[in-house]
Ligand binder design. Structure first.
Ligand code: SAM
Ligand code: SF4
Ligand code: SF4
Length: 372
């Protein structure tokens, strides 16, 4: 086995200061980036902390007791998040996903959900508000989340075998507790529930079929995610990536599948339905198949930095504007200017360049900091 090299320098806060725009960019909901991509999806990280230590995301060796997590004062408050989100919505955002770290660790998260649920799209429609969680606190919180206005949840679960799952979360967390969380979310009406499984060749690929069998016919949409080279601490290696095409072929041998149309432009998952009509699965091929052309996602970090790509090495610091004397109009114009300059397409470039070249050789931001 080759040795893992884990860089220990924290460059999490690398960011660009934002100059206040001299001209107002009217919020019409029609904003486009440099490649003509609209702004539709905002992912908000509400905490950089997590109670799991999945090795592909927050390896224990790096995220240990001495890791410098953000102090509470650095976090955007719920009011600040909602104010920023409102400007994004005015520029066309229709969907907000809360993430982290583990979003259910943020105290009173349902208060934030309630505030976001009051926002309306440019067309006057309620937003699609979802949350991605490791499920550990879901059984306790599902009903309160639903009552606050959350529509759906995505639960991450990397296997059904308790030993495999405990090893992957690396904190010995039992799989039954997550399964109970999924049931509670279903009972609370937080569906259709999606379950995300990150597949690592040689670690949990033997769990693909048991997972498919388990969720087939339950209404839960199981999605297989290629293990990605996000961040700089997970020791990513291409030979641990199991291409989605192989996942589909593997399932097909036992459970026949037919390909379905994409749910919406910019959707990351390729959809497959069971031939017997008992539900669907998805595959997210962020490594083997680039999907940047329709990427309409912006990411807001826990401390208010705007990232234009999951693989970005630099964010745009909105916090000084949010905490300064900036008007909503100025804040919205600043966001517009940043989005208009966006030309990120890391996954597409990765196909033709070595990993470091695609991100300019700079260190990429961690997934636990900007969320998935
Ligand atoms: N803690 C929550 C959870 O695990 O669902 C939300 C944050 S987590 C960063 C969001 C998603 O990113 C999860 O589904 C997780 O499996 C996925 N993820 C994290 N690191 C990844 C990697 N290296 N490759 C692919 N997916 C990854
Ligand atoms: Fe935590 Fe989610 Fe990252 Fe796992 S994937 S360490 S649960 S933030
Ligand atoms: Fe979007 Fe960046 Fe992913 Fe491409 S690599 S799909 S631009 S987040």
């Amino acid at each position: 086995m080759s040795e893992r090299v884990i860089p220990l320098v924290d460059q999490r806060s690398r960011s660009r200061a934002i100059n206040l725009p001299t001209q107002v960019v009217p919020a019409t909901g029609l904003l486009g980036d440099a490649l003509g991509r609209p702004l539709r999806d905002l992912r908000i990280s509400v905490t950089d902390r997590c109670n799991f230590r999945c090795s592909y995301c927050m390896p224990k060796e790096v995220f240990d007791k001495d890791y410098p997590y953000l102090p509470h004062s650095a976090l955007l408050s719920f009011e600040e998040i909602t104010r920023v989100a409102r400007q994004f919505v005015a520029h066309g955002v229709q969907k907000i996903r809360l993430t982290g770290g583990e979003p259910l660790l943020r105290k009173h998260i349902e208060v934030l959900i309630g505030q976001l649920a009051d926002l309306r799209t440019v067309e006057g429609q309620p937003l699609d508000i979802t949350l991605t969680t490791n499920g550990s606190l879901l059984e306790r919180k599902a009903q309160a989340l639903k009552d606050a206005g959350l529509q759906r949840v995505t639960v991450s679960l990397d296997g059904l075998d308790d030993t495999v799952f405990r090893a992957m979360n690396d904190v010995d967390f039992p799989v039954q507790d997550v399964l109970r969380g999924i049931e509670a979310a279903q009972a609370a009406g937080l569906g259709p529930i999606k379950v995300n499984m990150v597949v690592k060749r040689g670690t949990n690929d033997h769990e693909i079929l048991p997972m498919a069998r388990h969720f087939k016919g339950t209404g839960v949409v199981l999605r297989f995610i290629e293990y990605m080279d996000v961040g700089a601490t997970n020791g990513w290696r291409m030979d641990e990536v199991l291409p989605s095409a192989e996942v589909v072929a593997h399932i097909q041998r036992e459970l026949p599948l037919v390909q379905l149309d994409a749910a919406a432009p910019g959707e990351t998952a390729e959809r497959w339905g069971y031939a017997d009509g008992s539900g669907e699965i998805g595959v997210i091929s962020s490594v083997t198949q680039a999907f940047c052309r329709d990427c309409n996602r912006a990411r807001l970090s826990t401390e208010g930095k705007l990232y234009l790509c999951l693989f970005a090495s630099e964010g745009h610091d909105l916090k000084p504007l949010v905490r300064g004397n900036t008007t909503d109009e100025q804040l919205a114009s600043a966001i517009a200017g940043i989005w208009q300059g966006r030309s990120d397409r890391y996954s597409e470039l990765r196909a033709s360049l070595p990993p470091d070249a695609a991100s300019d050789g700079k260190r990429r931001v961690e997934m636990s900091y900007i969320g998935g």
